[in-house]
Design a protein around this ligand. Structure first.
Ligand SMILES: Nc1ncnc2c1ncn2[C@@H]1O[C@H](COP(=O)(O)OP(=O)(O)OP(=O)(O)O)[C@@H](O)[C@H]1O
Ligand SMILES: [Mg+2]
Length: 267
């Protein structure tokens, strides 16, 4: 167990040796115990993300991606191992790590701006809430829809509200669990572009779980490929292609093929 291992973490990660490690996942395993038995979801996972990095996690269904993200968010506790955030152990949820789920999970009786302000209104002054809400609305392009209710939004807009709500916490890290998977192809492509823009503007550290390998290649600097259940890290791939990524380029296609083969499933 360690509480202040920033320096040693840096040494452990040669590829980012000059960058600050924000999230360090150290040899974590997770076994769920239910009435009907035990399920090992994760086995001996280790990887790191540096500050400002865009990381995606891909792997077959049931390999523990959501469980892993929930552990980093502090919503779930690992069975063994540790997660360090800025060098300190994650012991529970915190505003520094905001999570967005597959479905937007908005309050239907609150407007867009009230949904975005909801999580911060008890811990911030009225002025701060207004300014953070405005900033988040602008970042997700929903200023004109601040008074709208969730039922008046498209699926893509609702997911933008969910991202806006996460940004209102001013987190250092955004944890996104397949946020675009229920959207149609063109909306998904647009939101991917918006997410990249948001990342460039804010410099947030982003960990995105996706089933979609092209999405991982369009967005991220590092792809963590997980093995089938119980999930472990099969490979960590650095993606050094320049942005915006050209999906028809041989370099893109080559990496896509490689990951498909490595995961052992077509997507
Ligand atoms: N709360 C829980 N109680 C018991 N078992 C759980 C719980 N949450 C997840 N599991 C089990 O852990 C394993 C990993 O689940 P998880 O949802 O993390 O996978 P996933 O990779 O996100 O899958 P998908 O790609 O389908 O979203 C599965 O076998 C699942 O049944
Ligand atoms: Mg999942």
């Amino acid at each position: 167990m360690s509480t202040n291992t920033n320096n040693s973490n840096k040494k452990r990660n040669p590829e980012n040796s000059n960058k600050e490690i924000l999230i360090q996942v150290n040899n974590i395993s997770k076994t769920f115990t239910s009435n009907w038995g035990k399920v090992q979801a994760l086995r001996n996972l280790t990887f790191s993300c540096h500050r400002g990095e865009f990381v995606t996690i891909v792997g077959p269904s049931g390999c523990g991606k959501t469980t892993l993200l929930r552990i980093i968010a502090g919503l779930e506790r690992q069975t063994t191992g540790e997660v360090l955030f800025k060098g300190s152990q994650v012991l529970g949820p915190g505003h520094d790590r905001a999570i967005v789920f597959q479905e937007p999970r908005l309050f239907p009786w609150l407007t867009v701006e009230q949904n975005i302000a909801f999580g911060i209104r008890d811990s911030r002054s009225k002025q701060e809430v207004e300014s953070l809400t405005d900033k988040s609305l602008a970042l997700v392009g929903l200023k004109d829809f601040r008074q709208a209710y969730p039922h008046e939004l498209s699926g893509g807009m609702a997911q933008r509200v969910a991202i806006g709500r996460a940004l209102a916490f001013e987190p250092a890290a955004l944890l996104l669990d397949e946020p675009f998977s229920s959207l149609d192809v063109s909306t998904r492509a647009r939101l991917q572009g918006e997410l990249l823009e948001l990342w460039h503007k804010t410099g947030k550290t982003i960990i995105l779980v996706t089933h979609n390998i092209a999405e991982a290649l369009v967005l991220s600097q590092k792809i963590i490929i997980m093995s089938p259940a119980p999930g472990s890290v099969k490979e960590v791939l650095a993606i050094d292609l320049p942005y915006p990524r050209e999906q028809n380029s041989p370099a893109f296609q080559e990496r896509k093929e490689y990951i498909h083969k490595n995961i052992g499933a077509k997507h």
